[in-house]
Design a protein around this ligand. Structure first.
Ligand SMILES: CC(C)(COP(=O)(O)OP(=O)(O)OC[C@H]1O[C@@H](n2cnc3c(N)ncnc32)[C@H](O)[C@@H]1OP(=O)(O)O)[C@@H](O)C(=O)NCCC(=O)NCCS
Length: 395
């Protein structure tokens, strides 16, 4: 007797509903990096990101993320040359940039988003679908190099100051500060900013990185992906609020007031800025290193911040027991950026500049093995098809 043929179950046409916010859902495979929240660990291509920030330059880690490996001396030289050449403003954008800087509703991040879009259009960046991997990487290098130049020009023109060209002898982080003030920064300030920037280049499959990948999955160009990513970063739930921890320090004012202020906040149902994290349920590794960096810089604000941190952790463990609330990246980021001379409105744009390395690396990875990202939704409205209301007509 012959066996009955195997019957394949019919493929379901009803999509399954993913958890809200896609929490716990993996939507891609990546070789760029990952976050392990329970361990308090994150990495770039397998290397502990905090170790990279301790021992490497911005350009070395940029090469690692975009190209895939830490560079040897020749490869580093190549990237440095590309990075300096890529700082040149595209032809035809300078007047428009100055107009953007003088818009009545100016915000630094909104202006940067617009300037990135403008520059990508001026450079005529082509759909990634039509480019080779080398061409996608060339666009990535160009946009990473250009973004801080756009930001600093907008910032200075907005303040009524003349823009300052980047010094080609300076690396990414030092040139960043030099374009801000017109002076070569001290090595401590430049290195502190460089370490902050390395720490924030990438952080797993975060919302703005996902946004950049969705846009790239349509075959669109690098400029569109970056413009969308900056838009996603602008939200307060992502990168739009890194100055809030510093605002909290201001509101506390003096060490003696910390205990009472923090207790009142938590008892009143407020969240302490710079504490707690969706993924990290132990020390945020970025906060640990940024604390060290802030200490290295010194200054009165650091001691005060340390006092507030210790008080906040004590208050949180007492009033919110078992919630595993620790210091997050924002707490000492604000202190570091403030100490190196960045104003609060430049915190999120500075984050955007360093994250451009992660975004462009994600774009390159997506483009090299692309499939259109096109999920479904479960329709929960009135049963369809609905008849039009009787007598309803074109008006
Ligand atoms: C980052 C953050 C949004 C993560 O939140 P989450 O994982 O969704 O945590 P939940 O909202 O589930 O909160 C769990 C509990 O901890 C409390 N909690 C979380 N963060 C807190 C904070 N910073 N201060 C006081 N309580 C906090 C919540 O009130 C909640 O308490 P409950 O159980 O009594 O209701 C949250 O910790 C927060 O708002 N922090 C302050 C803002 C901040 O620093 N943002 C930068 C993040 S990098």
């Amino acid at each position: 007797m012959s066996e009955a043929p195997e019957v394949k179950p019919a493929e379901s046409t009803t999509p399954t509903l993913a958890p809200r916010g896609l929490e716990g859902v993996a939507v891609a495979e990546t070789r760029i990096g990952d976050v392990r929240g329970e361990e308090g660990f994150y990495h770039y291509r397998g290397y502990d990101a905090t170790e990279l920030a301790r021992h490497c330059s911005f350009e070395q880690v940029w090469h690692l993320l975009l190209i895939g490996e830490l560079p040897n001396a020749r490869e580093l030289r190549w990237l440095q040359d590309q990075a300096v050449a890529g700082r040149a403003l595209p032809g035809g954008v300078s007047t428009a940039l100055d107009d953007i800087a003088r818009l009545p509703g100016y915000t630094a991040l909104g202006a940067l988003r617009t300037a990135v879009s403008l520059s990508a259009a001026a450079l005529n960046l082509q759909p990634t679908l039509d480019l080779t991997p080398d061409q996608v990487r060339a666009d990535a290098l160009r946009m990473v190099a250009l973004t801080p130049v756009l930001l600093m020009r907008l910032h200075r023109v907005h303040q009524g100051l003349a823009p300052i060209d980047p010094d080609p002898s300076l690396g990414y982080a030092a040139a960043y500060l030099q374009m801000l003030t017109g002076e070569r920064p001290g090595p401590e300030a430049a290195r502190a900013l460089e370490q902050y920037m390395i720490l924030t280049m990438d952080h797993g499959f975060n919302s703005s990185t996902f946004t950049a990948r969705v846009i790239t999955s349509t075959g669109s160009d690098m400029g569109s992906a970056l413009t969308g990513a900056i838009g996603a970063l602008a939200g307060p739930l992502h990168g739009g609020a890194p100055s809030r921890a510093l605002d909290m320090l201001d509101a506390i004012g003096t060490p003696e007031r910390a205990e009472e202020h923090l207790r009142d906040e938590v008892k009143g149902g407020q969240r302490l800025m710079g504490f707690g994290h969706r993924v990290y349920k132990t020390d945020d590794p970025r906060s640990v290193l940024l604390h060290e960096v802030a200490r290295g810089l010194g200054g009165p604000q650091v001691e005060f911040a340390e006092h507030v941190e210790a008080t906040a952790l004590r208050v949180l463990s007492e009033l919110k027991p078992g919630r595993r609330l620790y210091t997050n990246v924002e707490f000492y980021s604000g202190v570091v950026m403030n100490t190196v001379g960045l104003s609060r409105d430049m915190f999120t744009p500075t984050f955007a500049c360093s994250r451009t390395v992660g975004w462009t690396s994600a774009v390159a990875e997506q483009a090299s093995n692309n499939r259109l990202i096109r999920p479904s939704a479960i329709y929960v409205g009135p049963p369809a098809p609905r008849p039009l209301p009787e007598g309803y007509a074109y008006a």
